[in-house]
Design a protein around this ligand. Structure first.
Ligand code: SF4
Ligand code: SF4
Length: 129
C-alpha cells in the first residue's frame, strides 16, 4: 500500500510532506512531488501536513484524480508507459509536464491553508483526465 500525491500539488510544491516523511520516499519533480510506492511505509505522516490536501491513501484517491496513483508509480520507471510513451524520471511525469500552468489562486490556497474543496474547484479549471 502507498500514499499518492494528486493534482493539487502541481505548481504549489511547498515540500512540507518531504520534510515529514520518515523514510525519504517523496521525490521532487519540477512541478510536483511524487511518492515512490515501493518505498512508502504507509505511515500517513505526510497527509495531514499538506496545505492543499493533495495527499491520499491509494484506496481513497478521488475518482477524478485516480490516475495519479499511476502517475506517482510511473515516475519511478524508466520503461515506456501504458501508451508506449516514455515516462520521465527527471523533471516530471509526462502527463504533469503537459499540464498548463496552475492558477495563482492555488498558490493562495496553499499559503492560507484553505479547504480541500476549494483546491479541488481550482482544478476544475485545468482538468487532468
Ligand atoms: S505515508 Fe509515510 S512513508 Fe509514505 S510517503 Fe507519506 S510520510 Fe512517507
Ligand atoms: S505538502 Fe502537499 S502541496 Fe506541499 S509538496 Fe507535499 S503534496 Fe505538494
Amino acid at each position: 500500500m502507498t500514499y499518492v500525491i494528486a493534482a493539487s500539488c502541481v505548481d504549489v510544491k511547498d515540500r512540507a510532506c518531504l520534510i515529514e516523511c520518515p523514510v525519504d520516499c517523496i521525490y521532487e519533480g519540477n512541478r510536483t512531488l511524487y511518492i515512490n510506492p515501493d518505498e512508502c511505509v504507509d505511515c500517513r505522516a505526510c497527509e495531514p501536513v499538506c496545505p492543499v490536501e493533495a495527499i491520499f491513501h491509494e484506496d481513497d484517491v478521488p475518482e477524478r484524480w485516480a490516475g495519479y496513483a499511476a502517475v506517482n508509480a510511473e515516475y519511478f520507471r524508466t520503461s515506456p508507459g501504458q501508451d508506449g510513451q516514455p515516462v520521465l524520471r527527471d523533471g516530471d511525469h509526462r502527463l504533469v509536464a503537459g499540464l498548463p500552468p496552475q492558477s495563482s489562486g492555488k498558490k493562495d490556497i496553499a499559503r492560507f491553508g484553505i479547504r480541500k474543496e476549494e483546491a479541488a474547484d481550482a482544478d476544475l479549471w485545468f482538468p487532468f483526465f
